[in-house]
Design a protein around this ligand. Sequence first.
Ligand SMILES: Nc1ncnc2c1ncn2[C@@H]1O[C@H](COP(=O)(O)OP(=O)(O)OP(=O)(O)O)[C@@H](O)[C@H]1O
Length: 270
Amino acid sequence: MSTGTAPTVTLDSVGMDFPVGRTTFTALDGVSLSLPERGFTTLLGPSGCGKSTLLRIIADVIQPTRGSVDLFGMTPHQARTSGLFGFVFQDPVLLPWRSALGNVELPLEAQGVSKSERRERAMEQLRLVGLDGFENHLPAKLSGGMARRVAIARALVVQPSILFLDEPFNGLDELRRRQMNVELQRIWSASGTTALLVTHNVAEAVFLSDTVVVMGRNPGHILTERTIDLPRPRNIDDALSPEFIAHERALTDLLSAHEAGIDDTGTSDG
Ligand SMILES: Nc1ncnc2c1ncn2[C@@H]1O[C@H](COP(=O)(O)OP(=O)(O)OP(=O)(O)O)[C@@H](O)[C@H]1O
């Protein structure tokens, strides 16, 4: 297991306002958070609570309106331009004319890594995600699950210090999703990277995480953090254990109670 305690990422009182016409919409307010090194942290919450916005702030896609973000002693911009980030998005977005291997090599090409080293490192990642033997397949010949594995291999090939995963298994059927969660756990554990996942799937959050950060909306904020102390490696059948179900239930109850307290005109009773 690869969980540590030193914080790699620290957010202090982060807020985000988006301009909407002549006014602004507050998507996030007062978000303070620490991600432990080599830990698996998940942002869980209902649609619109600002999970993706928070991930995009940490990943330097957008800049927060308020507050500060520190990654490994750097700003998000410095961390990104130092090549410390790996991204896996909802849609694998593979180049259709390049093989699985060619797609995984892509970020190394951008870094100017030599052809032989590129090939070696990309093959190693394809082996890690279980796609040995599929390196010459074009994306059109890969299943949805395989395409997502290629996307994970492409994100990990640069040996990122932090791996961002934004709903990476959306669109897969439930069984495939659970299988991919088992795979992701294995791959993350072997890679030794810090992971930050965005999901609205409670079972996925419990299965994968060391810590689940539960978010509420209007405006987006952190409701609580829950430590998932289930032993690793976790197997599909572990989702049937009383301990797993207790975590699921506690998180679901929390989200339901929060949603029940929201008045959708834009205020919350807390
Ligand atoms: N560029 C933008 N301009 C205006 N509003 C935005 C912008 N980006 C996000 N928002 C709003 O901020 C809120 C949070 O959006 P975000 O996508 O972060 O939520 P989420 O929790 O990831 O939701 P989902 O699970 O549906 O993806 C939403 O109300 C969204 O409409």
